[in-house]
Write a protein that binds this ligand. Structure first.
Ligand SMILES: Cc1cc2nc3c(=O)[nH]c(=O)nc-3n(C[C@H](O)[C@H](O)[C@H](O)COP(=O)(O)OP(=O)(O)OC[C@H]3O[C@@H](n4cnc5c(N)ncnc54)[C@H](O)[C@@H]3O)c2cc1C
Length: 277
């Protein structure tokens, strides 16, 4: 049976975030936490494979103890097992230190439930937003990485072959490779299911497996948490929203609106600046 690991991160719901206009910092108080939605698409894809081919799905997160809630949600949707990797010594980790610990945690998952054939990560998180953790884990585990995947074209369990569609800036790429593989997924990959009532009950009752730094005696302490994080944030600020005085153009027919808009553009300096003249 296939073994699939899904990496999920609990993030503040960005739709609820406001900015303190005096300090220019995020107001996190009272902001609900959600599972990063790219990760939910990774979980959905894992569950679809489980439904069609049969698979064991393990979800894993590294975060503070309240991240347990994110794992329970994944269990309610159909994941089999969930692991919370948490320790004060892991806190303050940048992407280098995060991928170091998550790589080790996936190794530990594999030693308990068998080698992971597929590892899903989101393309990026909606808070840290770097998109570096997935490729970082792939390097730590020395497995192939397929980034920006928006479709699994085929998955051959016997031959351990996968063919995916990658959505790149300048087009679509179809790539085939052998398992095991780590994929970072896009949000148009699938539609996330809703939890069933029995699933919700299972999620509510489920207690995730918790691993702390003590469970990883082999790890180099100087590569974990804040100590192992060379990234520094120089400055943060809220971009100024420039208000421009717009003009509304109206006409009965769409083609008349286009013509009026084009006439307006030709009256400006834009054609000269663009070298159209
Ligand atoms: C005690 C503790 C406290 C923490 N507090 C914070 C905090 O306040 N703010 C914060 O942003 N981070 C926190 N972390 C987590 C860690 O520092 C970040 O996850 C890491 O820096 C991720 O960077 P990113 O958001 O840019 O990820 P990206 O590289 O954008 O993430 C890409 C993908 O990688 C996977 N991924 C990323 N991070 C994790 C994770 N932690 N667990 C599982 N999968 C992951 C997801 O699939 C995600 O979609 C904490 C960790 C611990 C142990």
């Amino acid at each position: 049976m296939l073994h699939i690991v899904v990496c999920v991160k609990q993030v503040p719901d960005s739709r609820e975030i406001r900015i303190d206009s005096k300090t220019n910092s995020l107001i996190r108080q009272g902001v609900p936490s959600i599972v990063n939605f790219y990760d939910m698409h990774g979980l959905e894809e894992a569950l679809r494979i489980k439904d069609s081919l049969g698979a064991r799905v393990t979800v894993i997160t590294m975060g503070p103890p309240p991240a347990e809630k994110a794992l329970k949600e994944c269990i309610s949707l159909g994941a089999d097992e969930a692991v919370l990797v948490t320790d004060r010594g892991f806190a303050g980790a940048d992407t280098l230190a995060t991928s170091y610990v998550l790589g080790a945690a996936i190794h530990k998952v594999e030693s308990q439930w068998g080698q992971a054939d597929l590892i899903f990560c989101g393309k990026q998180t909606i808070d840290g937003d770097t998109g570096q953790v997935g490729p970082g884990i792939a390097c730590r585990l020395n497995v192939e990485q397929l980034t920006y995947v928006n479709k699994i074209v085929s998955l051959e369990n016997k031959e351990k072959l996968i063919r995916v569609q990658r959505h790149l800036e300048d087009g679509i790429e179809i790539v085939e490779t052998k398992l095991p593989v780590l994929m970072t997924v896009l949000k148009d990959m699938n539609k996330i299911r809703r939890a069933s009532l029995p699933g919700m009950i299972r999620g509510a009752r489920y207690k995730p497996i918790v691993w702390t730094a003590a469970d990883f005696p082999e790890l180099d302490r100087s590569k974990m948490g804040l100590k192992g994080s060379p990234t520094t944030v120089g400055k943060t600020w809220v971009p100024e929203v420039k208000k421009s005085s717009g003009e509304t153009i109206s006409a009965d027919m769409p083609q008349d609106i286009s013509k009026l808009a084009l006439d307006k553009i030709w009256e400006t300096k834009i054609p000269q600046q663009m070298g159209w003249l």
